[in-house]
Design a protein around this ligand. Sequence first.
Ligand code: OAD
Length: 256
Amino acid sequence: MGRHRHVTGGRAIEIPRQLVERLARARRVAVLTGAGISAESGIPTFRDALDGLWANYDPLELATPLGFARNPGLVWRWYAERRARIAATRPNPGHAALAALEARCADFTLVTQNIDGLHQRAGSRRVIELHGNIARVKCSAEEKRVETFDPQAAPPRCVCGAYLRPDVVWFGEMLPADALARAEAAAERCELFFSIGTSAQVYPAADLPLRARAAGAVLVEINPQRTPLTERADFFLQGAAGEVLPALLGKPGLNS
Ligand code: OAD
């Protein structure tokens, strides 16, 4: 298989020629991203042992309906802290490359497990947020989005009296049905499916690459480490998304 050698950061990133040619002629592309694509923006992933978001907290204490019911103030403050940290970050070249890829594909769908909104800030438009968005707040009783609330309260209350909460999916909660249905449809109709920056462990998101493969798509994984998906992928580009994606999209035939 012909390989383009792209040297960046002193390390060669091997981009298979077959993949470049396949992507250059692809019309229907779907992408699933996870925390790894935001790592280079300074947002810790979930499962990094050293600085992962959960290093100092027990996720089951905070990112669950029971955790919120037990200590709504703590959970609200934890999300407020994360929201402030995320607001101070910027999209990285990986996010930018996916926005550029969307512009060149007739039918492009970006499904993300991330709640940081960095894909939209990088210019991606067709984004499906499977796990919600930390910048949004909703009523914990009525499930409807709330735009204005008392910034001093932790947590603030809805006019109905119930607590407000982050509009994100917690452990044990169902994913937004419409978002999941659209993501599954995109996986089943695409020619090329990219799984980028996800440990491919959390379902139903982790099922999307397998669905795409079963429907006949070429499966590409981009990750510095191998995952349970790696052996099922047609192409495994081992490296950081912020380096691999620009290297891929910079290839002749793709950088038009
Ligand atoms: P994880 O923390 O499980 O996995 C992050 C993945 O990104 C790992 O496979 C890393 O090897 C990889 N990675 C690290 N740096 C990278 C880089 N620069 N470029 C590319 N990849 C890199 O995060 P997710 O797979 O997103 O759900 O976790 C999935 C879900 O688990 C999250 O959405 C969250 C959690 O439960 C909810 O909160 C509902």
